[in-house]
Write a protein that binds this ligand. Structure first.
Ligand code: AMP
Ligand code: MG
Length: 349
């Protein structure tokens, strides 16, 4: 007190200006700090066409946009490992016998694919590549392949002939017969979404949505006490925007597999992209869609395709055998079939 009184009026003025400045600076820190913890009402979003689909990553945590841009780039990184069609990818080189030494990451995904091939008893089979490559559903003008070609391609489909051995340097040696072609298209997007989520969590994104062409993975909640609202598209909806279900999702994954995703008509006959490894033609099992709710997206992506190929009864039994995984099946009569715990995800307004 005494000392303050010793200050000249000018010094006292400067001191008050300085104090005010310090207060406003700390207030600014507080605001910025609060924003860091705070939930954004409008998310920061990046979007691009990658992995043959529209990818969108949104953060409701206040982070630099470059973090999301870098997360988006992971799609390219993984495409260079898992793509069946990209000539520079690691999988392409394996399929074309340019190498039999593979990274642990490719081995991990192949191993997951082999496990689900086993679980489904070969109805799902990651060696479907020799057949899926001649169908080529991504072409502008897809056509039904020659039946003899399908039969010939089928002779290379057998997941039991693929073997992985770990090497001392952390790589793996893959052993599979000449002509075998791996197709990880049914499972890679789920795995990539999980890796993007890991990256975002490491960079302080605690609330967000990763959407890889309808393969959705949520990080945390949208805000405290509010889950993310995720719409599942109605198969074959004319307007493209009608929903078959609205879900309330918190830190979980929603993945759908369906006939409507890639298909074409030839001579009035409908052909879709999920193929039966015992005939080489699309499955005809009266399913339109299988949507899986699970904590991670790898499981969701694997099980959505596996349940599709198993059909409603076997697929539903498989889901009921898993803890924490739920499913909605839609049959071609437009009826929805729910697993026993799916209720808790349904948002009924
Ligand atoms: P999804 O959209 O996740 O259900 O995966 C569909 C993709 O899985 C197709 O585009 C093919 O790449 C691949 N695929 C098709 N049929 C099978 C099958 N029977 N087993 C494993 N993968 C398949
Ligand atoms: Mg899938």
């Amino acid at each position: 007190m005494m000392k303050l009184n010793l200050l000249t009026p000018i010094k006292r003025r400067w001191l008050s200006i300085l104090t005010a400045l310090c207060m406003s600076v700390s207030a600014l820190f507080c605001i910025t700090g609060c924003m860091g913890d705070n939930v954004l009402t409008t998310p920061i979003t990046v979007t691009d066409y990658k992995l043959n689909t529209y990818v969108r990553i949104s953060s409701y945590s206040n982070v630099r946009k470059e973090i999301l841009t870098d997360a988006l780039k992971l799609c390219d990184t993984y495409e260079h490992i898992f793509s069946r069609t990209l000539a520079s990818s690691e999988l392409y080189k394996v399929n074309h016998k340019e190498t039999n030494i593979i990274s642990s990451e490719l081995a991990t995904l192949i191993n997951i694919g082999l496990e689900y091939s086993e679980i489904s008893n070969g109805a799902f089979d990651i060696t479907i590549g020799s057949v899926s490559s001649i169908w080529d559903f991504t072409s502008e003008t897809p056509r039904v392949p020659d039946d003899n070609k399908i039969k010939q391609a089928l002779s290379f489909v057998d997941y039991t002939k693929v073997h992985l051995t770990e090497n001392s340097d952390g790589t793996y040696t893959i052993d599979m017969p000449e002509g075998t072609c791996l197709d990880l298209g049914a499972i890679a997007k789920g795995y990539i979404a999980d890796r993007i989520k890991d990256y975002l969590l490491e960079h302080n994104v605690s609330r967000g949505i990763i959407n890889l062409g309808g393969n959705v993975l949520c990080i945390g909640q949208k805000k405290n006490d509010t889950d993310f609202g995720i719409g599942v598209k109605q198969p074959f909806a004319q307007d493209g925007s009608s929903l078959m279900e609205t879900l309330s999702i918190n830190d979980s994954s929603v993945v759908s597999s369906g006939t409507y995703e890639r298909y074409f008509y030839e001579d009035d006959k409908f052909y879709h992209h999920i193929l039966n490894p015992s005939t080489g033609y699309p499955y005809d099992n009266e399913l339109w869609d299988v949507t899986i709710l699970s904590s991670d997206s790898t499981t969701g992506d694997c099980l959505s395709t596996v349940c599709f190929v198993l059909g409603l009864d076997k697929g539903m039994n498989l889901i009921e055998s898993y803890e924490g995984v739920e499913a909605i099946f839609m049959t071609s009569d437009n009826t929805k079939h729910y697993s026993s715990g799916a209720d808790k995800y349904l948002s009924r307004q």
